[in-house]
Every structure is written in structure tokens, then in C-alpha cells.
Design a protein around this ligand. Structure first.
Ligand code: HEC
Ligand code: HEC
Ligand code: HEC
Ligand code: HEC
Length: 342
């Protein structure tokens, strides 16, 4: 199937499946299934809905692998004029990954989304500059962040899914809004996607960019004097973030916590440790790669505060606990997107 038809068919079928699952109508038909994930009596279980699970599985199907390319012959660095990150590939492998990137990121737009097609070496399009950095970011995820992504790894498709702008991105949102002369609602009661449409503060994602230390808010003992000493605002933000992590992965709090003691690591399932690494990974990606692209994007891509689009858990996970159902697309593109260039 051509890549365009793959994406068009997927959109149409997905909409049908969602309607069938009753998601659009806002109700879920039985049967619901419950799988125990903790010790008996701890109430740690995950609830799934069969019809919804089928729609999710379909949304997470992956495009076909590009045919193998000849790895002999001169290197891309010798054949082309302006290659900075993929020069170690053979010409065949280089063009194979160009086709894959086109299918993953811009199937409807084609090569021209990133290239001045009169001169492929030209760097005048911001999308090409961004993509070069995206290749480096993807490699960092696949090499440095194995404690999170394991050998499964990621490709451009994990986030992009056939679209130039990933479905889940976020921007900074000021939390202090002066409504009237003295009122300051501190971001409350203004339902926003960043706070899972709750009345919690909207700066939920600040810990995914700045310091993570502020996520911990529970004191070690009653009337503790050595508690983290966090304010109500910080505590609320932790809950906003946790709600995002749950919805982003399509799980309950009990996927990572024994809810009788949220803070205790020795009562938490191992997934919480994976999540801990995930938080640090997302911070690193946002601080090192995504925010610094601010000056490269056109103004229309920036947020209300003038910041660059950033990633959160849902950017890769898109509602499932292992992105794309844990299937590795990376295994067919190791040389391009994982092993550092030689
Ligand atoms: C999502 C963005 C993107 C798309 C789509 C894309 N490319 Fe590229 N292309 C790049 C980047 C980034 C480089 C530079 C790679 C480097 O620096 O190692 C590049 C470089 C090239 C070069 C080397 C030019 C030179 O002389 O320096 C060729 C040839 C090329 N691409 C062909 C294609 C073809 C053919 C397609 C469509 C099938 C395509 N590209 C689609 C991002 C893209
Ligand atoms: C961790 C998630 C993630 C991965 C992996 C990823 N990207 Fe991105 N990409 C983003 C985010 C977030 C943006 C910012 C969206 C925007 O431009 O509004 C972005 C933006 C882009 C843009 C600019 C789109 C535009 O129109 O503004 C291009 C092109 C792009 N990525 C190409 C790639 C390529 C090629 C790869 C694989 C080598 C890749 N990305 C891997 C998250 C990712
Ligand atoms: C995907 C795993 C995951 C899910 C789901 C999750 N959490 Fe967490 N939670 C964590 C991790 C990891 C930390 C520690 C963060 C850190 O230290 O950087 C944490 C920390 C917390 C803390 C602070 C603990 C302390 O030491 O002060 C609270 C409270 C909390 N979570 C509540 C919740 C609630 C409520 C939910 C459901 C809405 C939830 N969590 C869902 C992984 C998760
Ligand atoms: C760059 C993409 C990416 C981002 C962003 C990301 N993850 Fe993941 N995550 C993965 C991949 C890939 C896996 C699967 C690893 C494997 O196969 O073992 C995974 C696995 C997990 C798991 C283990 C699930 C299980 O069933 O064992 C947890 C928990 C998790 N991620 C939490 C998070 C949280 C929380 C965030 C946001 C703070 C996050 N992830 C952000 C790519 C990502």
C-alpha cells in the first residue's frame, strides 16, 4: 500500500473505530476488563475496555519498513555537498532514510516539506534545519536513554505519526492572570489541556522542563519539619503532572503507585522507576533540543509566551503504556538513528 493511502485509510478507519467504541459519545460500553498488577488486597489493577483497546491497537499500527538498501559504495559525505549528521551512510542507505523520514513526518507534502527541490543541498528551509537536530535528538534518546526506551527505542514516527507537527506538544502558560484589579486566580478554574481540563494550575509541565526536585511534595512524618516544605501550589502542580502521566499512558495511578503510600518507592511497581527516568529524559529533550530551536521556527509555531513547542509523555506514548504497543521500529534503522556516526 502506498504511504499516502496507508495514512488516509488509517484516519478513516480510526474515526469509525472510535465511533464504534463510543468514545466520541463519551460513554464506554461493557465489557470492561480488570487486570491485577499489585499484591492481592492493594487494589492495584488496570481497567481496559475491549472495544477501546481494539481502536487503540489500530491507532498504533506502524507503516511498512522501507526495502533494504545496498550498504557498499561511496559514503553520502562523498556523494553529497551538505551532509552533517548522516554522512557515514552509503548513498542507498541515505536515500532510504530520506524516504522513511518523508513517510514518518511529511507523507502528504513529500521531499519539498524540507527541501528546496531545485537544490537539495540548500539549507534555506527551517524544516530541514529542525530535522537535522531531530535526527541528533532521536539518536540521543536511543543511546543515552536506554533506561527508559530500552532496546525498543524510537524513530521520528513515534512522535510524528505521519504529521509534521506531533499531536501532543505543549507551550508555557502563565499561571498568574490578573482578572480585574487585584484578583489573581493562580491558574485555577481555567480548564486547560495542560491541566487535563481540571481546575488545577496550568503550569503542570514546568517540571518537564526545569528542575524535577519540585515534584516531591509529601513530608516524611506528621507535622514534619524536614518535609520538602512545598507549597499548596507545588502540590497541586504535582497532581496536574501525575494526571497527565496517567492519561498520557492510558493507565491508573496504581500502574506506578501503591496508593496507600504515594511517596514510597519500595511499595511501587518497577514501572515507576521507568517513569522516573522518563521525566529526566523529557526534561533533557526539552532543555537541550526542543526549546533551543525557538530561533529556528517561524513565529507562527511559537506559543503565547513566545516559547518553542515542547514534548511531554503523551508526545511518544499517545495513550498507551508502551508507545506503538512496544514494537520496535528502530531495529530496522539502527545505523541511521542509534549508533553514533563513525
Ligand atoms: C523531514 C525532512 C526531510 C524530508 C521530508 C526529506 N529530507 Fe532530504 N534531507 C533532510 C536533512 C535534514 C538533510 C541533511 C542531512 C545531513 O546533514 O546529514 C537532507 C539531505 C538530503 C540530500 C543531500 C543533499 C546534499 O547534496 O547535501 C538529499 C539528496 C536528500 N536529502 C534527498 C531527499 C529526498 C529524495 C527526499 C524525498 C524522498 C527527502 N530528501 C526528504 C531532511 C529531509
Ligand atoms: C520525542 C518526539 C520527537 C521525535 C522522536 C522527533 N520529533 Fe520532530 N518534532 C517534535 C516536536 C515536539 C516538534 C515541534 C512541533 C512544531 O513544529 O510545532 C517537532 C518538529 C519537527 C519538524 C518541524 C515541523 C514544522 O512544520 O514546524 C520537523 C520537520 C521534524 N520535527 C522532523 C523530525 C524528524 C525527521 C525526526 C526523526 C529523525 C523527528 N522529527 C523526530 C518531536 C519529535
Ligand atoms: C507512569 C507512572 C506514574 C503514574 C501513572 C502516576 N505516578 Fe505519581 N509519581 C511517579 C513518579 C516517577 C514520581 C516521582 C517523581 C520524581 O521524583 O521525579 C511520582 C510522584 C508522585 C507524588 C509525590 C510523591 C512524593 O515523594 O512527594 C504524588 C503525590 C503522586 N505521584 C501521585 C500520583 C497520582 C495521584 C497519580 C494518578 C492521578 C499518579 N501519581 C500517577 C510515577 C507515576
Ligand atoms: C521519546 C519517547 C518517549 C517519551 C517522551 C516518554 N516515553 Fe515512556 N517509553 C518510551 C518507550 C519507547 C517505552 C518502551 C520501552 C520498552 O519497550 O521497554 C516506554 C516505556 C515507558 C514505561 C514502561 C511501561 C511498561 O509497560 O512497562 C513507563 C512507565 C513510561 N514509559 C513512562 C513515561 C512517562 C511518565 C513519560 C513522561 C515523563 C514518558 N514515559 C515519556 C518512550 C517514551
Amino acid at each position: 500500500m502506498s504511504s499516502l493511502r496507508f495514512h488516509a485509510r488509517k484516519k478513516a478507519l480510526l474515526l469509525g473505530a472510535l465511533l464504534a467504541a463510543g468514545l466520541v459519545a463519551g460513554c464506554e460500553f461493557p465489557p470492561q476488563e480488570s487486570a491485577q498488577s499489585g499484591y492481592r488486597g492493594t487494589g492495584m489493577s488496570q481497567i481496559t475496555n475491549k472495544a477501546k483497546a481494539e481502536a487503540i491497537a489500530f491507532a498504533n499500527s506502524i507503516p511498512e519498513v522501507q526495502p533494504e538498501a545496498d550498504d557498499t559504495g561511496p559514503k553520502a559525505s562523498e556523494v553529497y555537498q551538505n551532509v552533517k549528521v548522516l554522512g557515514h551512510l552509503s548513498e542507498g542507505q541515505f536515500l532510504r532514510v530520506m524516504s522513511a523520514m518523508t513517510e514518518w513526518v511529511a507523507p502528504e507534502q513529500g521531499c519539498a516539506y524540507c527541501h528546496n527541490v531545485e537544490n537539495m543541498a540548500d539549507d534555506s528551509m527551517y524544516t530541514k534545519i529542525v530535522s537535522r537536530r531531530m535526527i541528533e535528538m532521536t539518536r540521543t534518546i536511543n543511546t543515552t536513554w536506554k533506561p527508559h526506551v530500552a532496546e525498543t527505542g524510537v524513530t521520528c514516527y513515534t512522535c510524528h505519526r505521519g504529521q509534521p507537527v506531533p499531536a501532543n506538544i505543549w507551550f508555557s502558560q502563565k499561571d498568574h492572570i490578573a482578572a480585574g484589579s487585584a484578583a489573581d486566580n493562580k491558574g485555577h478554574n481555567t480548564p486547560a489541556p495542560n491541566a487535563s481540563y481540571s481546575s488545577l494550575p496550568r503550569d503542570a509541565f514546568t517540571p518537564l522542563f526545569a528542575s524535577a526536585g519540585q515534584i516531591r511534595v509529601i513530608g516524611k512524618d506528621a507535622l514534619s519539619t524536614d518535609a520538602p516544605g512545598e507549597s499548596i501550589a507545588t502540590t497541586e502542580r504535582t497532581y496536574s503532572l501525575m494526571m497527565h502521566m496517567s492519561t498520557g499512558l492510558g493507565v491508573n495511578c496504581t500502574f506506578c503507585h501503591n496508593t496507600r503510600a504515594f511517596a514510597e518507592w519500595d511499595q511501587s511497581p518497577p514501572q515507576r522507576v521507568t517513569a522516573w527516568h522518563g521525566i529526566r529524559m523529557v526534561q533533557g529533550l526539552n532543555a537541550t533540543y526542543l526549546e533551543p530551536l525557538k530561533s529556528t521556527y517561524p513565529a507562527t509555531r511559537l506559543g503565547p509566551e513566545g516559547d518553542a513547542p515542547k514534548a511531554n509523555c503523551a508526545t511518544c506514548h499517545q495513550g498507551v503504556s508502551k508507545p506503538l504497543g512496544g514494537v520496535s521500529m528502530l531495529k530496522d534503522y539502527i545505523k541511521e538513528l542509534s549508533a553514533p556516526p563513525r
